[in-house]
Design a protein around this ligand. Structure first.
Ligand SMILES: O=P(O)(O)OC[C@H]1O[C@H](OP(=O)(O)OP(=O)(O)O)[C@H](O)[C@@H]1O
Ligand code: HPA
Length: 168
């Protein structure tokens, strides 16, 4: 769907935009594991203001067989967020549930502000209202892999974004 070159170019552009928007400030990048890790590393290299980084991992809450859409933190951040310019870095926003609940949880830690940067956005699948500040690419409703995105834990390491064709 997107070549390595297209992804690299877009990440450079995002890095430039973020560097301008945070000029004179620090930015605290939060990686949502595991998918966000490839994108965050590449993005961080393209940001010219001082960067710090932290990592968390979330899982969906299920209620019986029906998921509530809420998430819980299963690996928390190492550092407090108080007073920081927080930029959450994700590989994809799909239903929006992960980011909706994550922002709600992290705002309680009194950061100076929270913004969101996602490499990919599938707006057709959105159910939760989330404001995304920086988007790499808006994509159609297809299952994608690569650049951190997995299918059954595989293909995260592909240096491009591929669309999976499932057999009927
Ligand atoms: O907008 P949503 O519908 O909530 O979907 C987006 C989330 O789903 C994927 O994570 P996943 O739970 O597959 O974990 P992973 O990053 O470890 O692959 C992706 O990395 C986002 O975190
Ligand atoms: O298209 C996708 N691919 C992999 N993981 C995902 N998580 C949400 N959407 C996707």
């Amino acid at each position: 769907m997107l070549t390595e070159g297209e992804v690299d170019t877009r990440i450079r552009e995002l890095g430039e935009q973020i560097s301008k928007d945070y000029a004179g400030e620090n930015v605290h990048l939060i990686c949502v594991l595991k998918g966000g890790v490839f994108f965050m590393c590449e993005l961080a290299k393209r940001i010219s203001v001082p960067v710090s980084m932290d990592f968390l991992s979330v899982s969906s809450y299920g209620s019986g067989t029906v998921s509530s859409g809420a998430v819980k933190i299963i690996k928390d951040l190492d550092e407090p967020l108080e007073g920081k310019n927080v930029l959450i870095v994700e590989d994809i926003i799909d239903s929006g549930n992960t980011l909706h609940y994550l922002v709600e949880i992290l705002y309680k830690r009194q950061p100076k502000n929270i913004r969101i940067c996602t490499l990919l956005d599938k707006p057709e699948r959105r159910v939760a209202d989330v404001h995304v500040d920086y988007t790499g690419f808006v994509i159609p409703d297809e299952f994608v892999v690569g650049y951190g995105l997995d299918y059954d834990q595989k293909y995260r390491n592909l240096p491009f974004i591929g669309s999976v064709v499932f057999d009927e």
